[in-house]
Design a protein around this ligand. Sequence first.
Ligand code: NDP
Ligand code: PYC
Length: 336
Amino acid sequence: MTEQILTLDDALSLSERVLEANGFSPDHARAIARTIWQGQRDECQSHGLYRLIVCTHTARSGKVSTDALPDITDAAPGLVRADAKGAYSLLAFERGLPILVEKTRRQGIAALAINHCYHFSALWPEVEAIAAEGLVALAMTPSHAWVAPYGGTKGVFGTNPLAFAWPHADAPPFVFDFATSAAARGEIELHRRAGKAIPEGWAVDADGHPTTDAEAAMKGAMLTFGGHKGSALSAMIELMAGPLIGDFLSLESQAYDAGAGATPYHGELLIAIDPNIFMGGQVAHHTQRAEALFDAILGQGARLPSQRRYEARARSLASGTVSIPKALYDDILALI
Ligand code: NDP
Ligand code: PYC
């Protein structure tokens, strides 16, 4: 496959240009472009520059507000609400974050509920931003009802990502961020674009039969990771980032979409914890015990989640470039 090399600066400015050309206000274009750029820099192909196609389609469908400014409310001592008012989630996160951090430092634990947002992004940039403040972070969100519950064959759950970050004083945080489906929907879309089969165990077709055909998978249902365990985690995410914060389930997001094929519309829940308060007077001792856990993992030759991503980040920053398929680059240019 022919590749197109872009400098990091060009990747960011191209993203902003595409978004602004499709009606996004400068504030939204900057917040969305930055997250897309971070994804491409870390070689997360499913949530990098490819997402410009998805965001543009969603804007052109008339579904998303391209300029609404979020309303930030101090809802309770442990809760800040950011109402995205039908826009993408990222500006709401950016504006809610300082209050989340301030509340967490004051009382040890706090949550940020983002409501009424379109959500396309990876969650690790958000948990990394919370960890950069020295806080432990957890984030989750539903999507569209593409994923069958364990034992079923029809979509009920979203691909429902769960992300966690544990801060380190002098190094990037320990982070994992995964869809609770066997793979992210974006991965299946990329397989379809490339005309490649998907691995077994990712999806069933519309008749409920296992399939490795990406097109058939998108018309059928995706499967959860880890069987009944991923299914239960996915249900938890529906509940915590749906009804608990007064927002849509993935089934409701899908119904609201009404066939437009837009980005899912729902809420997101982020929880932050201050180790300085939770660890009492023994921060150094407990932090050292946490480090022993990471050493025990690495000592066996196993790798930590995000290690691949941090290595990709270092590579991109050293070369000053990112690389995407030429066909994707051409499709992105056609959006302007
Ligand atoms: P992956 O399966 O690629 O990776 C999941 C996590 O596991 C990553 O933290 C990854 O680290 C880690 N990992 C992978 N292999 C190993 C290994 N061998 N040892 C240790 N850790 C490992 O992610 P998904 O396809 O499930 O999700 C991709 C992205 O899609 C996520 O960022 C997610 O937030 C996003 N997404 C967003 C949705 C939304 O609604 N907004 C919906 C669904 C997904 P590393 O990155 O270093 O490989
Ligand atoms: O890749 O599953 C996915 C996804 C859904 C919404 C944004 N990304």
